[in-house]
Design a protein around this ligand. Structure first.
Ligand code: FES
Length: 443
């Protein structure tokens, strides 16, 4: 092959204004010498003119000036210069630098998001992340879970009587009352009784949840609030129904308000928070009743409730038969607005009362469907292939909350607050029905 000087001279004869010449000898004897040239007036450092020479004779085999190359080639070369930061000056170099930084940032956020999805409990619009700080046994069947914020986001404040939803699993959500003081800003405390006929919730809480675990929880909601305008508060707790009333008792004690807590349980051994409620500050305000037979309980409640002091309010929480009995007896002398009840697993309003058929129109997806007397809105729509997410199907958890655009709802849930019902723009379609002939849903 000829010496490089010969190829340089030949190249300069073709491109006299060359500023930079790069020459590559062929690897194969049959290939040409490949030369690219950057001219003095080149628009950017990657605007290459190509020259291909015969390695033995120096004859020009191909000559491709940059100026006459295809538009595609010129764009490609320009992008090359852009990529290497040779055009656009400092702003483009800064942009490229930011782009380079983007690689580790995207890698970090991608890996983080993967880990969150895989190992961190589900976040949703209502969700908070809580870490189980401690678990202790109050009785042989009641465990107390102390939950702290898992991500330094402060826990929202709550009022006595509030509850939270706890996602034990992706599809397993349960409601638990907060039983600590509402002035404790850093933690939520819930107590869970292991139910012998558990549908999975209490068993999972007892067997699968351990200290250090992460749980998705909702922000606290309260449809069992204290009415602080009352002159006296009578709190009746049956078994695990103590939980919301415990928070109320703490609050009333702190406010120095007039109250009495009557706590009905099987025995001392089955009485959660017995030690706490036996403290001197509760003396004369808290009474324990053990192993009362139904007749004895009825008699006692008659004596307790027949007279209502003016301005007094009654709060009850416990097993369904206990609550039914209290309400049955109390209605004789307590006006309805003074009786407050907290239902969780059994919401008596859900399936009580008249059930007339009605229609629902879906504003977004279109279509009007009939809801027969023996079906809920959820069931009626499910039969037409339209699914509304549900969990408790008793109107207590809030999973199925749906926007109501028109029509009057017959609210049968225990989830919406009175103010939300008055606003009339939400409905719980797992239990609630219609007072009007038609409901228009935001679906
Ligand atoms: Fe729980 Fe409707 S599914 S309130």
């Amino acid at each position: 092959m000829l010496p490089a000087e010969t190829f340089m001279k030949q190249t300069l004869s073709l491109v006299p204004a060359a500023r930079e010449i790069t020459l590559t000898y062929p690897r194969k004897a049959s290939s040409p010498v490949e030369i690219y040239v950057i001219e003095r007036d080149a628009p950017h450092p990657n605007a290459r003119t190509y020259v291909y020479l015969d390695p033995y004779t120096g004859e020009a085999l191909r000559f491709e000036p940059y100026a006459t190359s295809s538009v595609g080639n010129r764009i490609y070369r320009w992008l090359g210069s852009l990529h290497t930061g040779n055009v656009g000056g400092l702003p483009v170099q800064l942009l490229l630098f930011a782009g380079i930084l983007g690689v580790p940032v995207l890698a970090y956020t991608g890996i983080r998001s993967y880990l969150r999805r895989k190992f961190i409990a589900r976040e949703d619009v209502r969700g908070l992340q809580a870490r189980v700080k401690t678990i202790s046994s109050e009785t042989s069947e009641i465990k107390v879970f102390e939950l702290h914020s898992a991500n330094r986001v402060p826990l929202p404040a709550f009022t006595p009587g509030a509850h939270i939803d706890v996602w034990i699993d992706e599809d397993l959500v349960r409601q638990y009352s907060l039983c600590n003081g509402s002035d404790e800003k850093n933690r939520y405390v819930i107590a869970v009784k292991r139910e012998p006929d558990s549908r999975g919730g209490s068993r999972a809480m007892h067997e699968r949840i351990a200290e250090g675990d992460l749980l998705s929880i909702s922000t606290p909601r309260n449809h069992f609030p204290l009415d602080l305008s009352a002159t006296h508060h009578l709190l009746l707790a049956g078994g695990i129904g103590i939980t919301p009333l415990l928070s109320m008792a703490r609050e009333l004690q702190k406010l120095n308000a007039s109250f009495a807590l009557q706590y009905f349980a099987r025995s001392v051994g089955y009485t959660a928070f017995h030690g706490f409620l036996s403290r001197p500050e509760f003396r004369g305000k808290v009474s324990f009743h053990y192993a009362l037979e139904v007749d004895a309980l009825r008699l006692y409640l008659h004596k307790l409730l027949w007279h209502r002091s003016p301005g007094a309010h009654l709060y009850v929480c416990g097993p369904r038969p206990f609550m039914d009995l209290v309400e049955e007896i109390a209605t004789a002398s307590w006006p309805p607005q003074t009786i407050h009840a907290e239902y969780f697993n059994a919401n008596p309003m859900a399936y009580a009362g008249a059930r007339a058929p009605f229609e629902v129109t879906l504003a977004l997806s279109g279509g009007t469907y009939s809801v027969s007397a023996d079906k809920t809105i959820v069931q009626a729509l499910e039969g037409r292939g339209i699914e509304i997410p549900t969990s408790c199907e008793q109107g207590v958890c809030g999973t199925c909350v749906t926007g109501l655009l028109d029509g009057e709802a017959d609210h049968r849930d225990a989830f919406l607050t009175d103010a939300e019902r008055r606003a009339g723009d939400k409905i719980m379609p797992c239990v609630s029905r219609a007072k009007s002939k038609l409901l228009v849903l935001d679906l």
